[in-house]
Design a protein around this ligand. Sequence first.
Ligand SMILES: [Zn+2]
Length: 423
Amino acid sequence: MTENIILHVGIDDTDSNEGMCTTYLTHIIIKQLKEYGIVPTDYPRLIRLNPFARYKTRGNGALSFVLNLTSREDVEKVEKTVLENVESYSMFEGVNTNPGVVFYEGEITSQMRDYATGAIYNIYTIDYAEEFAKKVGMRIHKFKKGRGIIGAIAAISIQLDDETFECLAYRKPENYGTKRQLNQDSIYEMNDRTYPETFDNIDIEGNYTAIEPHTPCPVLYGIRGNTPEIVEKAHNIVESYEEIEDYCIFRTNQHTDMHIQENVPIKDMKDTSCYRIQCKVTENPHDIEGGHVFFKVSDGTGIIECAAFEPTKTFRNTVRKLRKNDEIILYGGLNDNHTFNIEKFELLNVAPQHKLLNPLCECGKRMKSAGKNKGFKCPKCGNKIRTSEKVKQFLPRDIKEGFYEVPTEARRHLSKPIVRMKQ
Ligand SMILES: [Zn+2]
């Protein structure tokens, strides 16, 4: 008897700083399933969760894919294949590697979608995730602490209203840990031919390419773009001097600002959550030790300290130009010290800045104070005036209204680049 079974598979937390990559593991699993004639209905999904999650593996990405199956035997075959691969390839020795695998049959419910949004806005516990999975009838598999089930459930459940694609090229295992051998010129050429439909290929400072990771993982490079076609085209332009084992295209929530909550007043903002805040600068930026730039803003309900940290490099120069009363929209998140880490901002209104000076005399000379409350006196012609009121001299502002963002290298996976905001 033929059945019609929709099987969702979610996997997370199999990698560590020392190696592996859950995208690669997913790719291997899908390849193996294809050998059995079992093919996913769509691109696998790479889902980024709350950027402040404490125990996250490198990028905090969870994976999922969907299969249409026709028998219980196939369901069993798939589950066995997935679990065997997770067991053989996960970096179990990594302290923070706690893989989780989740299977779910049927349609995604609104309750599941809400869970997924919550996993991006908040930080869930393993217990909470486990309870949720059981409630909605998922089959979960925890390895070690099994923290990965938190993201695996979210990766299955999330609804993508906005999305991007990433083409990941993988290295031959014998090359893991060695310097990546790419023709750098070909990356510039790829960028010339596909930007802005692909983005974050070249660092904003323009000096180096940004598609290669800097870890010993299986990824040779990743190209991010708006459609599967454009990332594949870009992948075909990039020239590699080392053999590419294979590549895989993922549907993702990267670069969609999905982590950003809107319309939350400052007084209600929580640590380790991300927001869009329309506000005014209340304290001019100043540098602190370590190269970080701090300033304060208010939205009328509360004041919050904001930071452009050292890794945001040239972005700090822009932030330093902000002044009291500038109206801005900030995008970013509150860390666990209640400091708002800025990812980008829109300057809505540049507030005029002035300094107070003594008035000019009729003769053209700047007057001097004639003593407290005694007005001013001209040092040249002796002319006196009785008013003690100083005059405003407006200062030039070296910044214009518009959007400003951190450089590519400092960008969070979920953060929408300005080039996508204009589309
Ligand atoms: Zn004078």
